[in-house]
Design a protein around this ligand. Structure first.
Ligand code: BGC
Length: 337
């Protein structure tokens, strides 16, 4: 009898959730958990989510309640935040996983409560995404960013090889600043930028590559070490993101580069197009970057949330394989070229 009652209650709860999702209502409650609020890219993405929510409120005459929580780089904290989102009756939950290989707890909770989950930026493996039909991912194609970063350099090399190859030995000596170990964007970007250049016929020599965890200070520390170790021989700094590239700029500035004609800095390449990243390109500090469309991804997340809540088609995006929204990357050089 008790079992029957519990089962009936579970079915009722599930049905009422469906009703909420299918009926037009005035407020959408969205829970957002980010892996670390000190990450520049993520904090700009959160700003864009807030701006986009305001635009959508006006457009659709609804209220969007965004509850943004910082998991402070702790997966257990994020799992608890998920639980609290569900207790507060969120219609949709958006998760920027702390550990992209550890999504099971969150998936199970969402599935039991029948609340769709939109993962973003830190991509979980396909098998995890396929564990339930209401799991989605919004991000970009990491491979494309590596290829475009190489293209910025190829264009420069075709124009003036000596500008990059300062010792004119026909070989490009480089260092690589890598993001977090295990992050899809670190591995894939590092691999593809080098592969693309090699395929084009350029000879490269790796002086060093190290993990700097997407972080400006860590990027600066690594660059300072390399400047001592490889004094005057670094021709290119490939960085998996703008923040670490800015760290390299900081190190070079401290060593007296920029602002003097005698000391010519290496060519520095970033990815993201954060505000500071773009500013550094315009100031001739970073040679070029690849825009990781922050407003586009924020828009994709919220349009998907809206379409799931009101059962409407997506306006500006295609849902690939019924699960993925990927925003294209774009090259950014000085003066918006
Ligand atoms: C961005 C990095 C960011 C990371 C966080 C990447 O896609 O390029 O700047 O730190 O995501 O997960």
């Amino acid at each position: 009898m008790i079992i029957l009652l519990i089962t009936a209650m579970m079915i009722l709860t599930a049905c009422s959730r469906y009703k909420v999702l299918e009926t037009k209502k005035d407020t959408i409650k969205i829970g957002v958990s980010i892996y670390n609020r000190y990450d520049t890219f993520i904090s700009e993405l959160v700003e864009c989510l807030q701006e986009e929510a305001l635009k959508m409120e006006k457009k659709y005459n609804i209220t969007i309640s965004l509850d943004v929580q910082d998991a402070a780089a702790n997966q257990i904290t994020q799992n608890e935040q998920m639980e609290r989102f569900l207790e507060r009756g969120c219609d949709i939950v958006c998760i920027n996983l702390v550990d992209r290989t550890d999504a099971s707890n969150i998936i199970e909770r969402g599935k039991n409560a029948n609340v769709p989950i939109i993962f973003f930026n830190r991509e979980l493996v396909k098998e995890d995404l396929n564990r339930w039909d209401k799991l989605y991912y919004v991000g970009a194609d990491a491979m494309e960013s590596g290829i475009l970063q190489a293209e910025i350099l190829i264009q420069a090399l075709q124009k003036d090889m000596d500008f990059v190859d300062k010792n004119q030995d026909g070989i490009l000596q480089y260092v690589m600043l890598e993001g977090e170990a295990g992050h899809q964007d670190s591995i894939v970007r590092s691999m593809n930028v080098i592969q693309t250049l090699t395929k084009e016929g350029y000879e490269l020599e790796k002086l060093a590559d190290e993990i700097a965890n997407w972080n400006r200070d860590q990027g600066k520390t690594k660059m300072m070490q390399w400047m001592t170790e490889y004094a005057g021989t670094i021709e290119i700094v490939f960085s998996n993101n703008d923040d670490m590239a800015l760290g390299a700029v900081d190190a070079l500035k401290e060593a007296g580069y920029f602002g003097t004609a005698e000391k010519v800095p290496p060519v520095i390449l970033g990815i993201d197009g954060t505000r500071e990243g773009i500013r550094a390109v315009e100031n001739n500090e970073i040679f070029g970057t690849v825009i990781n469309d922050i407003p586009g991804q924020a828009k994709g997340i919220l349009q998907l949330a809206y379409s799931l809540c009101y059962n409407q088609p997506l306006e500006d995006f295609t849902l690939v394989e019924g699960k993925y929204i990927r925003c294209p990357y774009k090259i950014y050089k000085k003066n918006g070229e």
